[in-house]
Design a protein around this ligand. Structure first.
Ligand code: MN
Length: 268
C-alpha cells in the first residue's frame, strides 16, 4: 500500500454549501496522474499493518437492488424468516431502495451486530461506484458513468420493518478492499463472487445471473433520481444468505477485484 494522500491537494477549494457528492471520485481523472506520480516514490507499507476504510469517503447515496438473482428470489419466498411483504416482488416490480450513508464502513472496521436477539444476515454483492453526474442514462450510455467497482456486504437485520430501516444500521454496509477502476475491470457482467463464514461456503454465483445487469441498474436508478459521483449501487445478492454472530469472520471474494475479511463484533 502506498500513501498518495498528498494528491488530494489538487482538489478544488470548496466552501459552504458543500457538494453532496464525493469530490475525490468526481475528480479522479484530475487526481490520477498525480496519484501515479506520488505512488512511484512513496514508501510501501504492508497491508497487514493497516485498517482498511471505505474506498468512498463521502457517498451521497447507497442504492440497493432488492431481489436481483432468481435463485435468491426463490430462496426468499421459501424462508418464513425472510419471506414477508417486501420480498414478494422481484426487482421489476419493487424498484430500488436506499440505505443511510452512515451505515458505511471499510472492510477493516468490521460489522457490529445490533439487536443480537434477532437475525442479521450477510449479503455479498458487486458494488458499482458512479463517477459523474448521471441523469436518465440509456443502457448504451450507462457504463461511461462508472468510476469503478468494489466488494460490498449488504448486511440485513431480519424482521417486519421497512427494508431500508433494517439495512441502515451503523456498519451494515461494508465496502472494500479498494476501488478497482472501470478500465481495469471490463466485464462486470461476468464475475464470480463468493462468501464464506468461518471457512464454511455460503454464497457462490456469477454476476451473469443478475436479473437486471449493471447497465440496466444504472438506467433504472437514473430514471428516478440523479446519480452523482461517489454514489454506490449495490447490485443485489445471490442465493445462500444466512445469519452471522459475534466472533464470525466473513470472507468475500469477487473475481477481478480481490477479497475482504470482515469480522463480526458485538455492540458494547
Ligand atoms: Mn442486498
Amino acid at each position: 500500500v502506498r500513501d498518495v494522500t498528498a494528491a488530494l491537494d489538487l482538489l478544488p477549494e470548496q466552501r459552504y454549501p458543500f457538494p453532496r457528492f464525493d469530490v475525490a471520485i468526481a475528480n479522479l481523472p484530475l487526481l490520477r496522474p498525480r496519484i501515479e506520480e506520488i505512488a512511484a516514490s512513496a514508501a510501501v507499507q504492508p497491508l497487514s499493518a493497516l485498517q482498511l476504510l471505505s474506498p468512498v469517503g463521502n457517498p451521497g447515496k447507497i442504492i440497493g437492488a432488492p431481489v436481483n438473482y432468481r435463485k435468491h428470489f426463490e430462496e426468499a419466498l421459501a424462508d418464513p424468516e425472510i419471506h414477508h411483504q417486501t420480498h414478494r416482488n422481484d426487482i421489476h416490480r419493487a424498484g430500488l431502495f436506499l440505505k443511510a450513508t452512515s451505515s458505511v464502513v471499510g472492510a477493516g472496521e468490521g460489522v457490529v451486530i445490533r439487536h443480537p436477539d434477532r437475525r442479521t444476515d450477510h449479503e455479498v454483492e458487486l458494488a458499482v461506484i458512479i463517477g459523474r453526474r448521471t441523469v436518465r442514462a440509456s443502457r448504451a450510455s450507462a457504463m461511461s458513468n462508472v468510476a469503478g467497482y468494489c466488494i460490498a456486504l449488504d448486511m440485513t437485520l431480519r424482521g417486519p420493518e421497512e427494508r431500508s430501516f433494517r439495512k441502515s444500521i451503523d456498519t451494515y454496509t461494508v465496502l472494500g478492499p479498494c476501488l478497482v477502476t472501470a478500465e481495469e475491470l471490463q466485464t462486470p457482467g461476468d464475475l464470480e463472487l463468493s462468501l464464506t463464514v468461518n471457512g464454511e461456503a455460503r454464497q457462490r454465483a456469477n454476476t451473469r445471473d443478475l436479473i437486471v445487469d449493471v447497465p440496466g441498474l444504472i438506467e433504472l436508478a437514473s430514471s428516478f433520481y440523479t446519480l452523482e459521483a461517489g454514489d454506490v449501487l449495490l447490485t443485489g445478492t445471490p442465493a445462500g444468505v444466512g445469519p452471522v454472530h459475534e466472533g464470525d469472520v466473513m470472507h468475500a471474494e469477487i473475481e477481478g477485484i480481490g477479497s475482504i475479511d470482515v469480522r463480526v463484533r458485538a455492540a458494547h
